[in-house]
Ligand binder design. Structure first.
Ligand code: SDX
Length: 428
């Protein structure tokens, strides 16, 4: 912290001194906590300039396109690490030694199965229930299976809950898919790596052997890694707010899943494919780009723009390389849908409106294309995002609960009716 202060003078009254805290890197922050005692609140809808907490997990510089997980650049983690190692890094704060990594991988492997009762839970969903609706319900229901470890003041309970969530999300995600396509659930195979195991649970059937292509398993692992955490985004902030009331970790992650579902957030990857289907052909790109620029048209180019990145999203750069690799491995470089996506990207990157508003392709633009190429149904895209982001959510939850915290309770600018007396209905 620091002894720097900001001075606020209102209507000629005595100046109000507000502490300024200095971060390791990034913007200093002004502590406005004492303003209430002076009769004022701050006002920042959407929290565009509001820090909700102090954190050591992830740092983003939107202007420079920087994303660090515990200080390590996302580009280096994407190139040299894997998802499970990145999970360890986010949870523990440092890269694991070789022995620590093997031990962590084995712990996660030992928790991949879900209770048999969960299968009957899925049978209660409509045959065509949206996978995100099923995932939200299933993860919230997990707290009904682990009464032995819901004491959030107990670090061991917090640790086993984090391990269970990271380990079981792929299993639950694949169960959502299997229910949606009407196929039998496939149990995890603990001889496989995390992402390979997930793809097998997604696409294998009891009728025949199923081999996961190594390049596709690597692409899936990179997608999980690139979605692992992203500072105080809408869903992570939702997890923290739910956690601040003392709710159990499974309920908090279910709240994060619900927040992620929206098309402005994690639902964007699904919305990208829906948009590409609506555009239909390369020749209509210009028409839709014009609509995206038209203030009277609510249409937005899904997969473009970001609240924080006002340059490029470093994850999108890595994801774009992965996208090219997957399309090449699958021989889809000339697939009309992917050619359309590439043309839309080219037009937007050259268009003055998008350039002037720093609307670059974000992580969701390319991840949607890769997931489609991997044969994952569009309805499952946000479930994949939630699976990768679970470690970020639970790491932030654990960071908050492990340190002194208060229940989150924002205030408001009230513009409703002043006090008035009730009038009986026969006098209205
Ligand atoms: C994620 O926060 C995170 O970190 C999120 C995330 C994570 O990892 O957790 O990175 C994941 O959510 C990525 C974003 C995925 N969403 C989309 O791709 C949906 C399309 N994008 C937009 O809806 C929008 O860009 C947001 C929601 C992402 C950002 O919205 P902001 O920061 O509130 O920006 P804004 O809505 O105020 O837009 C600023 C201007 C506006 O024009 P003006 O009113 O200034 O004239 O840019 C325009 C907007 O109309 N604009 C777009 C646009 N996005 C913004 N115009 C056309 N197409 C778009 N996609």
């Amino acid at each position: 912290m620091t002894d720097r202060k900001a001075t606020l003078t209102i209507d000629g009254h005595a100046p109000i001194e507000l502490p300024i805290y200095t971060p390791t890197i990034g913007h200093p922050v002004v502590d406005v906590g004492s303003l209430g005692s002076h009769g004022y609140f701050t006002y920042d809808p959407g929290f565009a300039a509001t820090s909700s907490c102090q954190s050591e997990i992830t740092y983003i510089d939107g202007d420079k396109g920087v994303l660090l997980h515990r200080g390590y650049p996302i580009e280096q983690l994407a190139e040299h690490s894997d998802y499970i190692e990145t999970c360890y890094l986010l949870l523990e704060g440092h890269l694991p030694s070789a022995a620590e990594k093997i031990k962590f991988e084995n712990i996660i492997r030992r928790h991949t199965m879900v209770s048999r009762s969960m299968e009957s839970f899925f049978s209660g969903f409509r045959y065509d229930a949206h996978p995100m609706a099923m995932l939200c319900g299933a993860v919230g229901a997990m707290s009904s299976f682990y009464h032995d470890s819901l004491d959030i003041t107990n670090q061991e309970h917090r640790t086993i809950s984090a391990h269970r969530l990271i380990a079981k999300m792929p299993t639950l995600a694949a169960m959502c898919h299997k229910h949606f396509v009407g196929q039998p659930f496939i149990y995890p195979d603990n001889s496989l790596g995390y992402s390979e195991n997930f793809l097998r649970m997604m696409f294998a059937t009891p009728c025949e052997e199923y081999e996961v292509h190594p390049a596709l398993a690597k692409a899936m692992d990179r997608i999980f890694l690139l979605h692992a955490d992203h500072e105080q985004n809408a869903s992570t902030s939702t997890v923290r707010l739910a956690g601040s009331s003392g709710a159990n970790p499974f309920a908090c992650i279910a709240a994060g899943i619900a927040a992620l579902w929206g098309p402005a957030h994690g639902g964007a990857n699904e919305a990208v494919l829906t948009m590409l289907a609506e555009i239909g052909h390369e020749d209509r790109c210009a028409e839709f780009v014009a609509r995206a620029k038209d203030k009277n048209d609510p249409f937005r180019l899904m997969g473009f723009g970001h609240r924080v990145y006002k340059n490029y999203d470093p994850r999108a750069t890595v994801m774009r390389q992965t996208c090219d690799e997957v399309l090449e491995v699958l021989g889809l470089e000339n697939d009309p849908l992917f050619r359309l996506a590439k043309k839309l990207e080219r037009i937007a990157l050259e268009d003055e409106y998008f350039v002037s508003k720093n609307l670059y392709p974000n992580v969701d633009f390319y991840s949607g294309i890769i997931l489609k190429a991997l044969g994952i149904p569009v309805e499952m895209f946000t479930v994949i995002f939630a699976t990768g982001r679970t470690v970020g959510w639970i790491s932030h939850w654990n960071e908050m609960i492990s340190n002194p915290y208060r229940i989150g309770r924002p205030r408001q600018l009230y513009t409703g009716a002043a006090q008035r007396d009730y009038t009986p209905v026969n006098q209205r």
